[in-house]
Design a protein around this ligand. Structure first.
Ligand code: GLY
Length: 390
């Protein structure tokens, strides 16, 4: 891509849009972020696991490589934001303990662990007793576990707040509006801005489309919403008085269903998440909440005594191969979307790549498998009006 001079307009104010806005402003671009929700979509709902090891899935080796590269990029950005804004982002380094509920779940966890070990990822198999020595409140029947010491987590909401504060300090401006379409020139080869639902036009030297699950409403790309319902619980003081009830992220397979519990400093525990193909619906259902609480209880019975703080749902931006989509798709239009389950983790690495693309520099080779052309044959249904999410 040729270097763009002047101003950049980011469509979407979630983790990807904010991190890219911050990086572009740092490089001297005049940057605006346009978002209707104040960034309260998928990134706000997220659990904040930075988990390239325990999210490594069969057949997704390139995504695992990208996710591993994303960790140091994330740590650099988090430290920079903390210095710049004085706001802690809440990175935790205790790792992830994956556990299995019954013998079939144990067999599934073993298969995944074999695969992850073959990739050279750090995994340590533990007996049930050894897993309970690490997390004493685990259910007595838990069938052993696997420790991924290299996985991290972050308080996603603190991170988003620090990103926004850092972006503001770097000169980024925010526009609260819903985008209805991109502004194309008459030949359909160049984008010069966006139009909002009120009909206003915003022009820019380059538009970066990081609208998450709403991307498909603006451009025919294969990004589909995958709904995740997620809970926030809190450990009451009376339970936490003798020490933390949960020290590290616990992921479990419970009768074939996956669940995670992510502890935060201050006693919050995030419990997630369902995975549902429901279009753009983000309603919370009794069944979704029941499934999460039941599975949390099976692994950590004491969780039934936690305070219930919040239930919400977000739309993950899913793609056909579960990988993000990054690249220039037309003159003046960069795409950075489709981060599916890994938006928080990949945000800093994506921001570096967007800044490189917009500046006309090469992007790190680890991004090569994630260009937009891999879906060249794809035709999405014609973009329809939809709320902007990210
Ligand atoms: N990365 C966790 C989730 O998508 O639920």
């Amino acid at each position: 891509m040729a270097a763009h001079r002047g101003d950049a307009l980011l469509v979407g104010g979630g983790a990807i849009g904010l991190a890219a806005a911050y990086r572009l402003a740092e490089r001297g671009f005049a940057v605006r972020v346009i978002d209707a929700s104040g960034g309260r979509n998928a990134s706000w709902a997220a659990a904040g696991m930075l988990a390239p090891v325990s999210e490594a899935a069969f057949g997704e080796q390139e995504l695992t490589r990208l996710s591993l590269a994303a960790v140091p990029a994330f740590q650099r950005l988090a430290a920079e934001l903390q210095d710049r804004t004085g706001q802690p982002v809440g990175v935790r380094t205790e790792g992830t303990l994956a556990v299995a509920f019954n013998a079939d779940d144990r067999a599934a966890l073993d298969r995944l662990t074999d695969f992850r070990s073959e990739l050279g990822l750090s995994t340590e198999r533990l007996s049930g007793a050894a897993a309970r020595a690490l997390e004493p409140y685990l259910a007595a029947g838990v069938r052993g576990g696997v420790l991924s010491a290299d996985d991290l987590s972050v308080d996603n909401r603190r991170y988003l707040a620090a990103l926004r504060a850092g972006a503001v300090a770097a000169g980024v401006r925010f526009v609260t509006a819903e985008v209805s379409s991109l502004l194309w020139d008459s030949t359909g080869s160049r984008v010069s801005g966006v139009r909002t639902v009120t009909g206003a036009g915003l022009r820019a030297g380059v538009v970066v489309l990081c609208a998450g699950a709403a991307t498909g409403a603006l451009l025919p790309v294969p990004v589909q919403p995958v709904k995740g319902q997620i809970l926030r619980l809190a450990v009451p003081d009376r339970l936490g008085a003798a020490g933390p009830v949960l020290t590290r992220t616990v992921r479990g397979i419970v009768r074939g269903s996956e669940i995670y519990l992510v502890p935060r400093a201050g006693g919050e525990v995030v419990v997630g998440a369902t995975s549902e193909q429901q279009g753009h619906d983000t309603g919370v259902t009794a069944g979704g909440v029941y499934e999460l609480l039941r599975n949390a209880y099976e692994l950590l019975p004491i969780s039934s005594e936690f305070d219930f703080v919040e239930a919400r749902a977000g739309s993950r931006p899913g793609t056909p191969d579960n990988g993000p989509i990054l690249g220039e798709v037309a003159d003046g239009l960069v795409l950075a979307t489709g981060h599916y389950r890994n938006g928080i983790l990949l945000s800093a690495l994506t921001a570096d790549a967007v800044a490189a693309l917009v500046s006309g520099e090469p992007v790190a080779p680890v991004w090569r498998p994630f260009g937009p052309d891999r879906f060249a044959g794809h035709r999405s249904p014609k973009p329809a009006a939809a709320g902007l999410t990210s």
